[in-house]
Design a protein around this ligand. Sequence first.
Ligand SMILES: Cc1cc2nc3c(=O)[nH]c(=O)nc-3n(C[C@H](O)[C@H](O)[C@H](O)COP(=O)(O)OP(=O)(O)OC[C@H]3O[C@@H](n4cnc5c(N)ncnc54)[C@H](O)[C@@H]3O)c2cc1C
Length: 461
Amino acid sequence: MTIDDKTPFPVPNSTVSFWRAQPDKLDDHRSTEGLPSECDIVIVGAGYAGASVAYHLLDNNPAPPSIVILEARQACSGATGRNGGHLKPSLYASMGNMSAKYGLEAAVELAEFEKAHLHSIKDLVEKENIDCDFQLTRAFDVFLSRTQSEKVKNDIEALRMAGVLLPDVQYTPESKAENVCGVKNAKGCTSFTAGSIWPYRLIIHLLRIALSRGVNLQTHTPVSKISETPDPFTNRWTVTTSSRGSIKAKKVIFATNAYTSALLPQYKGKIVPVRGICSRIVTPENKLSPYLPNTYSLRWSPTIYDYLIPRPDGSIVVGGARADYLSDLSNWYNVIDDSKLIEPAKDYFDGYMQRHFHGWEDSGAYTDRVWTGVMGYSSDYLPHVGCVPGKPELYIIAGFTGHGMPQVFLSAKGISKMIRENRPFKETGVPRLYETSEARLKSTENAILAAVEGGTLKAQL
Ligand SMILES: Cc1cc2nc3c(=O)[nH]c(=O)nc-3n(C[C@H](O)[C@H](O)[C@H](O)COP(=O)(O)OP(=O)(O)OC[C@H]3O[C@@H](n4cnc5c(N)ncnc54)[C@H](O)[C@@H]3O)c2cc1C
């Protein structure tokens, strides 16, 4: 498929997130003036997924493959460079739905995999000495609706009865919730271990490591087409860029998230671009605001919620604002334009801390920056990881449904096991439900729209 105005390719002039306000030297990096004519592996996309796959392919590898990373815009300029920085495993929130649909064991596997990311990322940051403001903390899920709070309490009890003990999850009822979490009108809350991070810095660091191990990174190089060469035994695939020629490669990895269906049309409707909005709130220097030691999600309903991380510099990054725009699909569903804000939600974050947090009323906190980004929502809410069905040596790692921070890094490790050790998907440690498959591509389910229309979305951030 070639570029036209109906396919989801990254747009120019994206809004500038707080994370990307001072771009790194690698932002516009090109390792060589022209593209190499061939390589072992092309990775399309230099976000969290692309950089993580490169990391795992080369970590401790005495016989490293030659790798070229092709990125349409700047390095880490997609969802990863514009997200909420919240590394929060979904321990019970989606478990009820997933368990009803796929069985308890598969649902527990999902939660355990997400939880494992907390320590994997902590270990990575320590091992590679990455300056990315990583903090291991606790997250509060705060329920502003009594019905939802009761439901969560019952869900957690049911899971415990079924043997899923969730030792790290604490539920606080309405009588104590405001005191414990500091959020006005809280009708209940849970807390559990989570993390916060500067995602752009993490990924730029991983890309820097990749370059030091011989990777050729080419930014501002959109891929327009992948085609099979006549010679499947050497370089099976030709990767064509929109203006810089083509590369022949043995294997191609699609780390293209929201934009995947532009290159792999079989994923159209299966990974849908969904636009989101995020902000940074700061307190004036002459004012005091209470220190927040935890991250938060404020939930008014299963579909309407915000997510928030306090930063070491005292600022707050808040995303969501769904209450202001979700009812009109043209604001967000199948929307790839992150060069504009979501108009109905652009002022949502003004006065946010004063409205919702005790002690912030006189803080003078104000919105310093607002930006948008495009997530790749999967139509069944599960990422697509593994071999592209029917396409030998093509791999996908995409569709993280606005929740990639606790899902991508170990999925990338799984892809690297498939390639480095020739392991089948089931031996990668990646949850079975993540495996991309013909059956998933054929399914007509659209959980994204069903969630909004039926109010059954299990918010995950
Ligand atoms: C506003 C917002 C807030 C979010 N908040 C959180 C959060 O707090 N916690 C959380 O867990 N998740 C959050 N997410 C989701 C999270 O950011 C993603 O799940 C994760 O970053 C996905 O990483 P990725 O590498 O798959 O995608 P991306 O970072 O989008 O990377 C894909 C890359 O592929 C490139 N690309 C695409 N097509 C082509 C092509 N044809 N040629 C060349 N390059 C191409 C893109 O330019 C892009 O750089 C948020 C997302 C957004 C947008």
